[in-house]
Write a protein that binds this ligand. Sequence first.
Ligand SMILES: Cc1cc2nc3c(=O)[nH]c(=O)nc-3n(C[C@H](O)[C@H](O)[C@H](O)COP(=O)(O)O)c2cc1C
Length: 267
Amino acid sequence: MKYLILDGCPRKGNTWKVTEAAIEQIKEQYPDSEFEELNIYDQDLPFCTGCSNCFRIGHEKCPHYGIIGNIIEKMERADGVIVCSTTYNWRETSVLKNLFDHFCFMLHRPHLFRGKALVITTTGGTGAGKSAKSIASTLLGIGLNRCYRLSIAAISWNAYVPGARELRKISKKTSRFAKDVRSRKLHAPSLLSLIPYNIMRGMGQNYAPGSEYPTADGVFWTDAARKGYAYFPEVRLSLVKRAFGQMFYTIGKTLGGQKSLLVTYKK
Ligand SMILES: Cc1cc2nc3c(=O)[nH]c(=O)nc-3n(C[C@H](O)[C@H](O)[C@H](O)COP(=O)(O)O)c2cc1C
C-alpha cells in the first residue's frame, strides 16, 4: 500500500515524533508499505487569492495549479493519506489551512472517494481534538472514505517523549487505519456526509452549460456518471440512505434554482 504524508508542521517536533511512531507501526504491520512525505511548508504555496476560478471554470485554472495539481495527483495515487499538524490556537496550522482553502472546490466537487486518512495532531495542553476534527471534516468533505483521528497532548514545547500509554494509543489507532487501508473496503457514508454531497448535486443542476451562470460545478454534477446517484456510484448505499440523499438533492436543486439564491459572477 502507498501512503502519502502531508506534513502541515513548520518543524520536525512533537507532532513528527508521533507521526514517526505511526509510520513504524504500519511498517511493522505491513513491511511492504511505501511512504512519501510532502512537507506543505516547503511547497511555498501562496495564499488563495479568492479568484474562484476553481469553482467557475475548473481547478486547472487556479493560479497555483502547478503546486495544487501535484498534491492532488499524489493524493489520488495514495491508498492512505496521513495528515499531521501541530495545534495553533486550537486549530490546524495556517499553512495547512491555506492548502485546504485551495481544496475548497473539492467540497463542491468531491472525488477522492477511495482514500482513507489518518489525522495526527499534537497540542501543548488543549485543542488537539479540535484541530483533528477540523482537518477531518475537510478530508471527509472532499470525498475521502474514512478518517481516523489521533490527538495527543504533548505537554511540552519541544521535548515530547511518548509514554507507554500514548505509544499504545498510537499503535491501536494506526493499526486500525492500516488494516482498513489494506482491506480496500469502501464504507458507506454517514447520513451527515450525504447532506453536503446531495445539496451540491442538486444545486449543480442549476449551473449546467447553457444556464445563466454555467460553472465547472454544473458540468460535474450534470454528468450522467454521477447525476442520478446519491453518492459515488462505486460506494454501495442502502435504500434508506439513497432516499435520504435524494431528499437533500431535491432541496438543493429547488432552493438553488430560486432566482434570489442563484450564485452570480461577473461575465
Ligand atoms: C504559535 C503556537 C500556538 C499554540 N497554540 C496552542 C493551543 O492553542 N493550545 C495548546 O494547548 N498548545 C498550543 N501550542 C503548543 C503546541 O501545540 C505544542 O507544543 C505542540 O506539541 C507543538 O508541536 P510541534 O513540536 O510539532 O511543533 C501552541 C504553540 C505555538 C508555537
